[in-house]
Ligand binder design. Structure first.
Ligand code: 13P
Length: 244
């Protein structure tokens, strides 16, 4: 049986965007005609509330880049999934490799964040990816499959979870795996998901640009993209969405 998975093109703005630029970008996306892919933007936390009001009534969804596992409490500087939902988010990224590396987030910590997202009614975008050394050692598929299973809480379902495969060495470098390599990892992740796999979207991320999006998004197990740098340009982001 073939399961239809509508593509999702998600923009991760990372730590970019003061109000003037970020809100102009959100306005441009909100005004774009609806296409074949679902669109999502994940601005920095400072812009979530104003971007939520710009996107309201448009088909573009709002997500955050991280959350704390707890609902509330003495966690200075952190934001709970409930707070993100309250600000208008429908999605939150969990376990981006930049947070795994810079903030020491383990698979278990990522799983707790994804569970928190589910508790708050958000869709968790759970990220996994291998390092260059792991790929060179021929371990990419095994590493990402194990990381995914260690990062998914029991509450993960196709309706509340999106997987993002982002090879660490492809992020922000202009380098990408070959289309065959992407297809092989996505198939391995789909297999690792077992019963949950058929309906769960698996995105590719890492140097997705308008000129490579068509090829990278073509394999049947690739259900969209998680876009960093190119999501900061409305024209580039919409061109990527048009290729999906
Ligand atoms: P780039 O598209 O800038 O390589 O970033 C990818 C990424 O990390 C998205 O989360």
């Amino acid at each position: 049986m073939t399961v239809e998975r509508r593509p999702l093109i998600a923009g991760n703005w990372k730590m970019n965007g003061l109000a003037a630029d970020g809100l102009a970008l959100a306005r441009a996306l909100a005004a774009a005609p609806e296409g074949a892919a679902d669109l999502l933007v994940c601005p920095p936390a400072t812009l979530l509330a104003p971007v939520a009001s710009i996107l309201s009534g448009s088909p573009v969804a709002l997500g955050a880049q991280d959350c704390h596992a707890r609902e509330a409490g003495a966690h200075t500087g952190d934001l709970s999934a409930e707070m993100l939902a309250d600000a208008g988010c429908a999605y939150v990224i969990a376990g981006h490799s930049e947070r795994r590396a810079a903030h020491g987030e383990s698979d278990a910590a990522v799983g707790a964040k994804a569970a928190a997202a589910h508790r708050a009614g958000l869709v968790a975008i759970v990220c996994v990816g291998e390092t260059a050394a792991e790929r060179d050692a021929g371990e990419a598929e095994a590493v990402v499959a194990a990381s995914l299973l260690g990062s998914l809480p029991d509450s993960a379902r196709p309706g509340n979870t999106v997987v993002a495969y982002e090879p660490v060495w492809a992020i922000g470098t202009g380098r990408t795996p070959t289309v065959d390599e992407v297809a092989a990892v996505h198939a391995a992740l789909r297999a690792a998901l077992g019963d949950r796999g058929a309906g769960m979207r698996i995105l590719y991320g890492g140097s997705v640009k308008p000129d490579n999006a068509g090829a990278l998004l073509a394999p049947c197990d690739v259900d969209g993209a998680l876009v960093g740098g190119a999501s900061l340009s409305a024209a580039d982001f919409l061109a990527i969405a048009g290729a999906a």
